[in-house]
Design a protein around this ligand. Structure first.
Ligand SMILES: CC(C)(COP(=O)(O)OP(=O)(O)OC[C@H]1O[C@@H](n2cnc3c(N)ncnc32)[C@H](O)[C@@H]1OP(=O)(O)O)[C@@H](O)C(=O)NCCC(=O)NCCS
Length: 191
């Protein structure tokens, strides 16, 4: 990867740069047909909620089924950002489950801005997420992807994710019926 490109676990100082990136990447969803993310509209607009992100980044992880579960630990998120020349152009977020019985699993979302596709950034972000989740003791990464999002599905399969479910007509977006697929990656500690 180019020396001017770096991936890092984001903290409060990067919140505005992440929101700028999120706005750009969400605006690209569905531009050529199939939506790739849930579409925000007038009824349910995307909001630039800086405080919410910063709060979720600060929450401790709830990982183990036998751990105490103070409310403050629910709703954690961690986000890796990919910086190119001082702007975030791609990001992957991981977040926990609220049910104690699913604390061994972590959820993932991913987006790279269109002008930066095909450069290996999606792969690098997914690898950073996998390394982090493994080192934190999680046992699976779960993700959801709209049917028809072939680039993302190809990426997940290439990285070893296994399809775990299919829900036809899961979403109704802009008059279209969208199916949803779930994928999971079992994690094994290195060494
Ligand atoms: C899916 C996405 C993250 C891929 O990011 P990227 O940085 O372009 O991916 P990479 O350059 O790391 O490509 C890695 C692999 O992804 C797959 N891939 C990427 N673009 C593809 C395309 N246009 N068609 C088919 N496969 C593609 C290939 O398997 C590729 O491996 P290869 O180069 O050996 O063929 C990117 O297209 C994206 O952000 N799309 C919009 C947001 C999105 O769909 N997020 C996922 C929602 S669940």
């Amino acid at each position: 990867m180019d020396a001017s490109v770096k991936i890092e676990l984001l903290s409060e100082a990067a919140a505005d740069a992440l929101l700028d990136h999120s706005e750009r990447v969400l605006g690209e969803s569905g531009r050529d047909g199939v939506p790739i993310f849930h579409v925000y509209d007038e009824a349910t607009p995307w909001t630039r909620d800086r405080a919410r992100i910063v709060d979720r980044w600060a929450r401790p992880l709830n990982r183990y089924a036998d751990a105490p579960r103070p409310e403050a630990e629910l709703g954690w998120t961690r986000t890796f950002g990919l910086w190119v020349d001082g702007e975030i152009r791609g990001a992957t977020s991981l977040w926990g489950n609220t049910l104690r019985s699913a604390f061994h699993r972590v959820n993932l979302s991913l987006g790279v801005e269109r002008a930066h596709h095909g450069l290996g950034y999606g792969t690098r972000l997914m690898e950073a997420a996998r390394e982090w989740a493994t080192s934190e003791g999680f046992e699976y990464i779960d993700l959801f992807v709209f049917e028809g999002n072939d680039p993302a599905i190809a990426l997940y399969r290439k990285l070893g994710y296994v399809e775990t479910g299919r829900a036809p007509d899961r979403w109704r977006i802009a008059g279209k019926r969208i199916g949803d697929l779930t994928f999971a990656l079992p994690l094994r500690a290195k060494g």
